[in-house]
Design a protein around this ligand. Structure first.
Ligand SMILES: N[C@@H](CCC(=O)N[C@@H](CS)C(=O)NCC(=O)O)C(=O)O
Length: 219
């Protein structure tokens, strides 16, 4: 894999919500970047060159000049700290509140809405759709209760916490979760869509089939 010492490169798949977090953050920060397509549905993250870059064998990975950062939550932390700390926070309690939601994105949102979407779009082996659906419903109920009396997940302004949780909640219907039954969650999604960095995430069963059955990159 080549080095890009002066450039910013996102290793990406157009259907990935974890990559969408980084597209949104880079757009909110108005930072230019390139993308490299990673054929994750056909095992490209398991290849030796990719594994050397990210031993976790997952996208997204961001190369920013000489730095390589893996994991969507870690990339959000890095981008905010480096380019606009208002997207995170400098106070101990503010940092802790953001970390709570980054952990929620990495575990609860991933095990629930992300896995339900992946199963319904790709029927990937190894996903227990019953468990993913139950976890997804619990996540939506928790968010509905939390957002009933606030606009943002924490700190009274949009932060990397909102960006980290957003993509797999916004696409909950792909996982056949009843998003419309959670009005406070839908209102929060609309507020995020109004941010300057918003971009919709692609994802249909047909598209998943296409990416699985061909080596094509972006259409
Ligand atoms: N905790 C990681 C999870 C990333 C993740 O699940 N990436 C998926 C694509 S959205 C992936 O690369 N899957 C390939 C694999 O796990 O083998 C993050 O937040 O970046």
């Amino acid at each position: 894999m080549t080095d890009h010492p002066q450039t910013r490169v996102l290793y990406d798949h157009p259907m990935s919500g974890n990559c969408q977090k980084i597209h949104m953050m880079l757009a909110c920060l108005d930072l230019p970047y390139e993308t490299i397509f990673v054929d994750v549905l056909n095992g490209a993250t398991k290849e030796r060159a990719f594994t050397r870059m990210n031993p976790m064998q997952q996208i997204p990975v961001l190369r920013d000049g000489a730095q390589t950062i893996c994991d969507s939550q870690a990339i959000l932390v890095y981008l905010a700290a480096k380019y606009d700390p208002d997207w995170a926070d400098r106070t101990p309690i503010g940092m802790a509140k953001i970390a709570e939601w980054l952990s929620f994105a990495a575990k609860e949102v991933s095990n629930g809405p992300q896995m339900a979407r992946l199963w319904h779009l790709t029927k990937e082996d190894g996903i227990d759709i019953g468990k993913a659906t139950a976890s997804g419903l619990k996540v939506l109920a928790q968010l509905q209760a939390h957002l009933a009396d606030r606009d943002w997940l924490c700190l009274d302004r949009p932060t990397i916490a909102d960006i980290a949780v957003f993509p797999y909640i916004a696409t909950a219907r792909d996982g056949e979760l009843p998003l419309d039954e959670y009005p406070a969650v839908c209102a929060w999604l609309r507020r995020i869509r109004d941010l300057p960095g918003y971009r919709p995430l692609k994802g249909t069963r047909e598209m998943a089939e296409k990416y699985k059955n061909s080596k094509e990159a972006y259409e």
